[in-house]
Design a protein around this ligand. Structure first.
Ligand code: SAM
Length: 261
């Protein structure tokens, strides 16, 4: 199937390392009766192994019409092919329970994971291959150089875990950078941020100027009095920089700053 040429615009780098494929599928921990959704099956490196796994339902979501029709031509009971854009997929309607897997197109991996963790209800585990640099950001801790909006957002909805690193030679064509596999396990829904839109707004404000002190960033957008009382109420020192706040601190601060309490 690899004779179909790779489209750069769709982030196509096809996995050709059987051991990496096996390790990704192992991380998904498929059990009989599972429903698995694969994002971007392409020519089918992961798909072939998913087909012979104990999952009873497999959904393939692919934007490239060549690969969507290739898999549709092999459709059978329990296999559904959706020809569409994962960024447009109605993640809140994802049938539960479901496991999600994908060697994600690197150009859309961050916004796609942003959407999935916050909107998909009922997925029990996700395993994604992404750029190593993005994996490092997601896995970083407060105070780290790569700790940012994506880290806080993902950790507000899920627990990320490190899988393994994959070198460019494992793909055709090889990407310019290393890749890494991560696992995301959703937090209980009761622990999700109550007003995610407020958290998203605060994260965008703060991480545009990550080297500035929090009080200076916030004063440009809120009345001084509101800034001071909110920081006092949430017990966050005004001189701290955004990159030092935990996800819980960001969530508390967003609620206090934007609510009229
Ligand atoms: N799973 C295959 C593998 O591991 O060899 C292909 C992985 S390739 C990195 C990314 C795949 O995602 C391609 O098949 C590409 O066509 C598909 N893709 C790109 N953008 C997409 C989008 N917005 N929605 C769904 N699939 C997309």
């Amino acid at each position: 199937m690899n004779e179909l040429s790779a489209k750069k615009s769709l982030g196509q780098h096809f996995l050709r390392d059987a051991s990496a494929v096996r390790r990704i599928i192992e991380l998904l921990d498929i059990e009989p009766g599972d429903h698995v959704l694969e994002i971007g099956p392409g020519p089918g490196a992961l798909t072939d192994m998913l087909r012979s796994s104990p999952c009873t339902r497999l959904t393939l979501l692919e934007k490239d019409d060549r690969f969507a029709s290739l898999h549709a031509s092999q459709a059978r009971a329990g296999l559904e092919v959706i020809h569409g854009d994962a960024l447009e997929y109605p993640w809140e309607k994802l049938p539960a329970p479901c496991k999600i897997v994908g060697n994600l197109p690197y150009n859309i991996a961050s916004p796609l994971m942003w959407d999935i963790v916050s909107r998909a209800v009922g997925y029990t585990r996700a395993v994604f291959m992404i750029q190593k640099e993005v994996a490092d950001r997601i896995l970083s801790s407060p105070g780290g150089k790569t700790y940012g909006a994506l880290t806080v957002w993902i950790r507000s909805f899920a627990v990320p875990q490190k899988g393994f690193v994959v070198k460019p030679g494992a793909f055709t064509p090889p990407p310019k950078v290393d890749s890494a596999v991560i696992t995301l396990t959703p937090l209980p829904q009761n622990d999700f941020p109550k007003h995610p839109e407020l958290l998203a707004t605060l994260l965008k404000l703060c991480f545009q100027q990550r080297r500035k002190q929090l009080q200076a960033i916030l004063r440009a957008h809120f009345p001084q009095e509101k800034v001071l009382t909110s920081l006092e109420k949430t017990e966050i020192a005004p001189a701290r920089r955004p990159e030092t706040l935990t996800p819980e601190e960001f969530q508390k601060l967003a609620l206090t700053l934007f609510m009229l309490d």
